[in-house]
Design a protein around this ligand. Structure first.
Ligand code: HEM
Length: 227
């Protein structure tokens, strides 16, 4: 308990919960890329997830827990840092810190706002109630058509692309930082780990943004529609 309450303990908690969230983001991307295989593949994948039943709810619970702990711990660390240094430095000497590193709190909050919007869009379907009634040939929820219709709206795709950029910026610093906190690198590998974290965030951005871009460009269309 004393460890968790210490500054290093809080950083450790952020690293562990961050790692779980990064794992989700990778798995979610792999699943979403089935859209390029076709409607049957994406819908079958979504159905498989639904069929996990109670296990899916356990996974959702773990994810939500990690998100809440990650954010609450970040807020506590920011407050503690402010208390430790109530008067900011007179000169803004950022040394060798990057834009991504300095904007972690901001990008984190904006990514959270995006997650809320995304859940209302595709999971709860409150922003587009008509998505709830989409059924495929087998009578299951038609996730493929929902995603294509969703991204055919330029404004919605624009919001996603901005949010994905912010997520990439957050992970650009976050991944290297969590490896550092968990003590998985050393003097020799520190730069390589940092670069690998940055490369990872770029790949993640390319992977996710390929979906709205492919829909907007007409490369991914509704079944029976060619552009
Ligand atoms: C192009 C980008 C994305 C697409 C096409 C996409 C697609 C989807 C779809 C279709 C669902 C609902 C699945 C269903 O109802 O069966 C979903 C749920 C979800 N997405 Fe995404 N997503 C994207 C990006 C992201 C990102 C970047 C995050 C996290 C930062 C994220 C987090 C979630 C979460 C937490 C859920 C709820 C999972 C659950 O219900 O258990 N998504 N996404």
């Amino acid at each position: 308990m004393t460890f968790i309450k210490s500054s290093i303990g809080k950083k450790f908690l952020m690293a562990i919960t961050g790692l779980v969230l990064v794992g989700f983001v990778m798995g979610h991307l792999a699943g979403n890329l089935f859209i390029f295989v076709g409607p049957e593949a994406l819908n079958a994948y979504a159905l498989k997830l639904q069929k996990l039943g109670p296990l899916l709810w356990v996974m959702r619970g773990v994810l939500l827990f990690c998100l809440v702990v990650h954010m609450a711990t970040a807020i506590r660390l920011v407050i503690e840092n402010r208390k430790a240094r109530p008067v900011p430095y007179a000169a803004n000497n950022h040394g060798n810190t990057t834009v991504a590193g300095r904007s972690m709190a901001l990008t984190g909050m904006l990514v959270f706002a995006y997650i809320v919007f995304h859940l209302m869009h595709f999971t709860l379907r409150v922003t587009h109630p008509e998505f709830a009634h989409l059924k495929d040939a087998l009578g299951h929820h038609d996730v493929y058509t929902m995603v294509v219709l969703g991204f055919q709206d330029w404004a919605v795709s624009g919001v996603y692309l901005v949010a994905l950029l912010l997520l990439a910026l957050h992970l650009n610093h976050g991944v290297g930082s969590l490896v550092q906190t968990l003590g998985l690198n050393n003097e020799r590998t520190i730069v390589k780990v940092k670069r690998a974290g940055q490369a990872f965030s770029v790949l993640l951005f390319i992977g996710y943004s390929s979906i709205p871009v492919a829909v907007l460009m007409g490369w991914v269309t509704l079944p029976g529609v060619s552009q």
